[in-house]
Design a protein. Structure first.
Length: 554
């Protein structure tokens, strides 16, 4: 391990390492200083999304000697093989692996006891004999019906929601005497709203009775609401001693869920609950520590099914996304260079173009249109940036766009809050029901004589509004980071890459940004930066796959 290499350590990294290294025993001053550097690196890597840190044999012996680490999770640090953990993250991995393996090994009465072939045929009719198409959705449905834990992955337009709605109908048909209690959830309010809308559309096409359709819920919660988030606490109302009441739990956009949250979710399930995870395994991993969905699909291939046929996402955008995902940089660049009307490099005045696109929803505010119409117009276009600060960043574009809109007299303000300001919530506030990543628009409330309020579209379809003074920490959202865009879809996406290479630029980041677009993708990028971005891949250090394998064979 290159313990002395230069890294941009934060004050938290430095102070944490100093605090813990001061509690080391049996070490010389030189050894203690070396341990402090190991701890700085561990803290830094956790903030880069890794669950743990690879260390060598000498470092292992040194940390054992210092009495800072053990193998059982009873000291501040845990060493497992050559991996160094903070105790908390080791416990998250251990609990998640153990709980999932327990689900797989349960020998209690199964949820499905009736023959399923006739039902599957009704929901997923067989293809003509001459057809070479494989019905991946039917395969995924059969998997989910037979197992307590299953993962359905696939890119945009492969029918993940269509499939899971049919699965829920099938489950209810198999349990007519006692309808199942079903919970639907997603990591963010945006993702929950999208899932809710999709379920509402897909239910109407189900080949079943109205009674069965009524037993499939449409309301989708955020994960924090499902688990019962507590204000100013990392703990939830539902946990192993107070489990959720549901028989079936479906979680969409599972790639966004970090190790801690997934561990707490699985621990909060009652013993017979069926868990179905939906997501795109090729998207960005969670912002916080872990690459849980990718680890689970790798570690438990028999419980995962990828949907490989695309029904909606096609043309140049799909070609570009596939090339980026396969790390074929030159092929991806050539797709952009062809300047397809739906997929091309952006040329022109960047800020003027962004301001013009956002002027659409701003004009609707001036016309006193309903919030639903305004929010829909806002959601048709979004700028996605790799970085929060610096040139071509979220902060840069937000500030420049505000200035341009002021010059054009599209907005007017004398302070922080003004009519038309789009904002993103930057921290959870369970008391208000607002969570990190939620999008709102500040505009006059016609029911309160034009007083400025911040409006939000909730996952349950209702509209919430708050005084600006009540808002938790927010940022303007004329642009957002690609990380924050996960779980969202926009008609048109403008991806703005930075002018210099940095570690955050990876093929997963670019793939995620491209797949946010339904109709049009434009990219602002230097060829060399684009090429390096596609070549870089996220490799997160975790022990979850090892734990899953060890638990299954123990």
């Amino acid at each position: 391990m290159h313990i002395l290499e230069h890294l941009p350590f934060s004050r938290l990294d430095i102070n944490f390492a100093h605090f813990l290294s001061q509690r080391a025993k049996n070490l010389s001053t030189e050894q203690q200083q070396y341990v402090e550097k190991i701890l700085m690196r561990l803290s830094y890597e956790l903030h880069q999304g890794h669950n743990c840190l690879h260390i060598n044999k000498q470092d292992v012996e040194l940390l054992f000697t210092a009495e800072l680490a053990d193998t059982l999770g009873q000291r501040p640090l845990v060493i497992e093989k050559n991996r160094l953990y903070l105790q908390r993250y080791w416990h998250y991995e251990q609990c998640l692996a153990n709980n999932i393996i327990a689900m797989l090994h349960q020998d209690t009465e199964t949820l499905v006891t009736a023959p399923i072939a006739p039902l599957l045929e009704r929901y997923f009719p067989s293809q003509p004999e001459e057809s070479s198409l494989i019905d991946w959705q039917r395969i995924a449905a059969e998997l989910a019906l037979k197992q307590r834990f299953s993962i359905i992955t696939g890119g945009p337009g492969t029918g993940k929601t269509t499939t899971v709605v049919k699965i829920l109908a099938l489950l209810q048909e198999l349990h007519l005497t006692t309808p199942l209690a079903i919970a639907l959830a997603a990591p963010t309010g945006k993702a929950a709203l999208r899932l809710q809308q999709s379920i509402g559309i897909n239910k109407s096409h189900l080949p079943c009775s109205e009674e069965i359709k009524k037993q499939i819920p449409e309301a989708v919660m955020t994960l924090h609401r499902l688990l019962g988030a507590k204000q100013h606490s990392a703990q939830f109302f539902h946990h192993v001693e107070h489990p959720l009441i549901y028989d079936v739990v479906v979680i969409d956009e599972a790639s966004m869920i970090d190790l801690a949250l997934m561990s707490k979710l699985v621990a909060a399930l009652k013993p017979k609950t069926k868990l179905i995870l939906l997501g795109d395994k090729d998207q960005l991993a969670s912002v916080e520590a872990g690459a849980v969905l990718a680890n689970l699909t790798t570690g438990l291939p028999a419980y995962s099914q990828e949907l490989k046929t695309t029904y909606r996402f096609a043309g140049a955008i799909k070609t570009l996304a596939d090339a980026v995902n396969a790390q074929q940089a030159e092929q991806a660049w050539s797709v952009l260079a062809q300047a397809d009307e739906h997929c091309r490099l952006f040329t022109g005045d960047l800020i003027s173009y962004i301001a013009t696109q956002h002027a659409r929803y701003l004009s609707l505010i001036k016309q006193n249109k309903p919030f639903e119409e305004i929010y829909s117009a806002y959601s048709q276009f979004q700028v996605l940036c790799a970085n929060r600060h610096g040139e071509h960043s979220v902060a840069f574009i937000n500030e420049a766009c505000e200035q341009k809109l002021l010059e054009q007299k599209q907005i007017y303000y004398a302070g922080t809050w003004y009519s038309g300001r789009p904002i993103m919530i930057m921290e959870n506030h369970s008391a208000l029901g607002l969570y990190n990543g939620d999008i709102g628009i500040c505009m006059p409330d016609q029911g309160k004589k034009g007083q400025l309020m911040v409006f939000f579209s909730s996952a349950d379809g209702t509209i919430k509004k708050y005084l600006p003074a009540r808002m938790p920490r927010v940022e303007s959202a004329f642009a957002m980071t690609i990380h924050k865009s996960q779980g969202s879809e926009f008609d048109e996406v403008l991806i703005v890459l930075p002018t210099t290479l940095n570690p955050i630029l990876t093929k997963e980041l670019l793939y995620t940004a491209i797949t946010r677009a339904k109709h049009t993708v434009q990219i602002v990028a230097d060829h060399a930066i684009f090429d390096k971005t596609v070549q870089q891949k996220i490799e997160r250090v975790t022990g979850l796959i090892d734990k899953l394998h060890a638990s299954r064979h123990s």
